[in-house]
Design a protein. Structure first.
Lengths: 415, 392
């Protein structure tokens, strides 16, 4: 009973501290609210449309003009310039006015009429994968379309159906799944959202621990108070405060933000709660463990911030999970975000059920337990440390008092 | 003060800074260990260049030699590996949701029969786009396999009719696309991503460490001593303090550049002089930015928070993954406030594509401007160092 009361006291103290410390406030409240909006805004356009391309048309024929017109008509490419020669087009590429060049050779139309193969050269600026894809795939699609038309002409079939079968004896359908726009936002945002939760939690917890040390008399984490006697009441009390704040934040990030910007959300309530609970707990205990290892509050920022990008890559969002080298797979097991991101992406974007993300779900609970134990161990050590300091201080005072007594006695005696 | 005295003062402050750097382990970690770890992490993570042998499934309800040939051909591609066969589409979909495969090919019953009877059968391929990298690559493989499947039929018919291979090729593909991927003909993701992410992390550390080293002077109550050592001249104080850090960061940046361009041999047709120039700018600009932010808000915690939030945002606003031109107009203008964006532009124009530096001059000027920014807050910084007291 007393333990629970103490835990509640720690909880209240921590909550007060959170709102009093502007550093903690920034990372607990402002960043989780503002950053998802900012990232959503950045990636809200999802796809690259109308990539500027220059054309060098040496053929000057009806066929070559048709090719150019069709490329221009496609959603992804816009023909910005007709350059006189390759040098001019290259200069435009250099000045960043275009992202690619279509070069149509002078024998383009002649070859086609002679029933010979002809080639359109496509030059792509490879500094951006998305524009490269747009420039190349548009040229590809247009050439395939024109090829079919040429084939039909050559064959001279009587019916449309014959034409269809001749140009496409085996029909196929391409079905992109789970990301209907094929967009960048739908792809990167779920991972970023989960990562924001973990990083701000670790930063916030680290900062509040740093503040606690700085305001403490002995520069220690645990204040001297009768409420801070047991390990469990401290760890549970503090984590109750964090989970209270972050339940709200997690709901905002996973439910509201994707809906505001129209990103894919297929997550069902029970699944979402089932994975967010262990994820938040694992992050909190992970953060508490880390916070004890760092002495100065600013060091938390130095250590945590730069991890964000490598963590996103380790979760397998950008680089496929099956191709992450073993050693980094091993390292990625340390962080809750790895499994949090994986589980959330599959539940949220792919509509997976809890059974489909069972391995991640289990690991998140294992991490929760492991980091709870480590948090208890480091806090226990901190309690001993501050107790030791207090005892030293007490002995010091007692010793002084003793010395003073003896001095007084000595003076009395000598008198 | 005479010129010699200035140099003497700068030297004294620099020596003092060296002693601080040496005695505080966090500097060692953030200036050397972590940047190198990041470099090794990204280059080794993507050492394949392009993800290879990604797991793909097959739903083959036709089960003929033709459909099995399709499967074998797909398996032979470098990026795909057929790892499982499923009996239905929904089973394969569940496998994607379980993260066992990233895509699958569906061959319905009767495909071969219909093909032989010229009744245009239809196969489908499904690929998950929750990861754009694997999705785009597998899409390419699956589309090629499907197109080739159709072409094989045409080829067989035409060979039977006695056409030459040359004629068949021309008939099937009158217009071909001759693709030139400038500077990165392998579509190597390591070249594409590592050259932005690693400098991004190094620049992040430069910003944070600059703010941290100035802020801790205040925090540990050493700021007055520091200004005194510099003869109450803030410019001398800053120059002396930044000098050892600049040298360390320069060697880390150049070390990174030597590693990727020299040892891993990433394309760098722009040449050494451009690399050296960009390295210098990429150290000075974030330092200037950090000093400026600290001058604006001389509180360690606020300025560090600002710098870290700014730096994390830089990875998106650099425009190397999702292009700036596809963002909303206000964001396009805001991108100029991020040193990393200018780094990316100069890198890709002058080093990666070997275009003249003149075409990136505006970005170079922007980076120089970032490096000069602290000039505007010198007085404020001095005032802060002498009069402010650190409040925990």
């Amino acid at each position: 009973m007393e333990g629970i009361r103490d835990a509640c006291h720690v909880w209240a103290q921590e909550l007060k501290g959170t709102f009093r410390d502007e550093g903690v406030l920034i990372f607990f409240i402002i960043v989780p609210i503002a950053y998802p909006l900012l990232y959503s805004w950045i990636y809200n356009n999802e796809v690259v449309h109308e990539v500027p391309v220059a054309v060098v048309d040496d053929s000057h024929s009806a066929m070559s003009r048709m090719f150019v017109r069709r490329c221009d008509a496609s959603p992804d490419v816009s023909i910005k310039y007709h350059a006189a020669d390759m040098d001019e087009a290259k200069a435009m590429l250099s000045r960043q006015e275009v992202k690619g060049i279509y070069y149509i050779p002078s024998d383009f139309s002649t070859n086609l009429n002679r029933m010979q193969q002809t080639a359109v050269s496509v030059y792509c600026d490879m500094s951006l994968m998305l524009t490269y894809k747009a420039v190349y795939q548009t040229a590809m699609a247009v050439s395939q379309d024109m090829n079919s038309a040429i084939q039909i002409q050559t064959l001279g079939n009587t019916t449309d159906r014959e034409d269809e079968i001749a140009t496409r004896p085996l029909d196929y359908e391409e079905v992109p799944m789970f990301n209907p726009t094929g967009g960048y936002g739908n792809f990167i945002l779920p991972g970023v959202l989960m990562l924001i939760l973990q990083q701000t939690l670790v930063l916030g917890i680290g900062l509040s621990a740093g503040t606690a040390r700085e305001t403490n008399r002995f520069r220690e984490l645990i204040p001297i108070s009768r409420h801070y006697r047991g390990v469990f009441r401290i760890v549970l009390g503090k984590s109750m405060c964090y989970i209270m704040i972050y339940s709200v934040m997690a709901a905002y990030l996973t439910l509201l933000v994707p809906r505001i910007f129209g990103f894919v959300t297929m997550a069902q309530g029970p699944e979402l709660i089932a994975i967010m609970l262990p994820y938040l707990c694992a992050c909190i205990f992970f953060g508490m463990t880390v916070s004890c290892l760092i002495r100065h509050r600013e060091n938390v920022m130095l250590l945590v911030v730069f991890f964000s990008v490598p963590l996103l890559f380790m979760s397998g969002v950008s680089w496929p999970q099956s191709n992450i080298p073993g050693i980094w797979q091993g390292v990625s097991w340390i962080f809750p975000s790895t499994f949090g991101v994986r589980a959330f992406v599959r539940v949220n974007s792919m509509g997976a059920t809890l059974g489909d993300v069972l391995p991640e779900y289990r690991i998140l609970w294992i991490q929760t337990v492991v980091y709870f134990i480590t948090a208890c161990i480091v806090y226990r050590y901190q309690i001993q440390l501050s107790r030791h300091k207090v005892i030293c201080r007490l002995q010091h005072i007692r010793h002084k008092r003793e010395v003073r007594k003896q001095q007084r006695k000595f003076i009395q005696d000598s008198n | 003060m005479s010129c010699r005295e200035y140099i003497q003062r700068v030297k004294e402050v620099a020596l003092r800074e060296c002693a601080i750097l040496k005695s505080t382990p966090i500097y060692w970690f953030c200036m050397v260990v972590f940047p190198m770890l990041t470099m090794i992490f990204f280059t080794s993570l993507m050492h394949e260049g392009q993800p290879q042998d990604m797991p793909v499934g097959i739903v083959d309800l036709d089960n003929t030699s033709t459909s099995r040939k399709l499967t074998r051909n797909l398996d032979a591609f470098q990026t795909s590996r057929v790892v499982a066969r499923y009996t239905s589409v929904s089973e394969a979909r569940t496998a994607i949701q379980r993260n066992e495969i990233y895509a699958f090919l569906y061959i319905p019953k009767g495909t071969t029969d219909k093909m032989l009877a010229s009744r245009q059968p239809k196969i489908s391929f499904y690929y998950s786009l929750t990861s754009l990298t694997s999705g785009a690559l597998l899409f390419r493989d699956l589309k090629t396999i499907s197109t080739l499947g159709g072409a094989a039929v045409g080829q067989a018919t035409m060979t039977a009719r006695g056409y030459t291979p040359e004629q068949i090729r021309t008939f099937l593909q009158p217009i071909t696309i001759d693709l030139h991927q400038i500077s990165n003909p392998w579509t190597n993701y390591n070249i594409y991503l590592s050259t932005m992410l690693v400098p991004g992390v190094i620049m992040l550390f430069i910003m944070l460490i600059t703010v941290y080293s100035i802020g801790t002077e205040l925090k540990f109550g050493r700021s007055r001593r520091w200004i005194q050592t510099a003869g109450s001249n803030i410019a001398v104080a800053l120059a002396g303090k930044m000098l050892p850090q600049t040298l360390i960061f320069l060697s880390i940046t150049y070390g990174y550049m030597y590693y990727v361009f020299g040892i891993l041999d990433f394309p760098h047709p722009g040449g050494t002089s451009n690399i050296l120039l960009l390295g210098l700018l990429s150290v000075l600009a974030p330092q200037g930015f950090g000093l400026f932010i600290f001058g604006l808000m001389p509180s360690l915690r606020l300025s560090m928070s600002t710098c870290s939030l700014w730096a994390v945002l830089s990875f998106s606003m650099a425009g190397s993954a999702f292009p700036i031109m596809a963002m909303d107009a206000p964001l396009q203008s805001l991108s100029w406030l991020f040193p990393m964006h200018h780094y990316f532009m100069i890198y890709q124009i002058t080093i990666f594509n070997a275009f003249p530096l003149a075409d990136a001059w505006l970005h170079a000027v922007a980076l120089i401007a970032f490096a000069m920014l602290p000039v505007t807050v010198l007085e404020k910084l001095k005032n802060a160092m002498i009069n402010y007291v650190y409040i925990p």
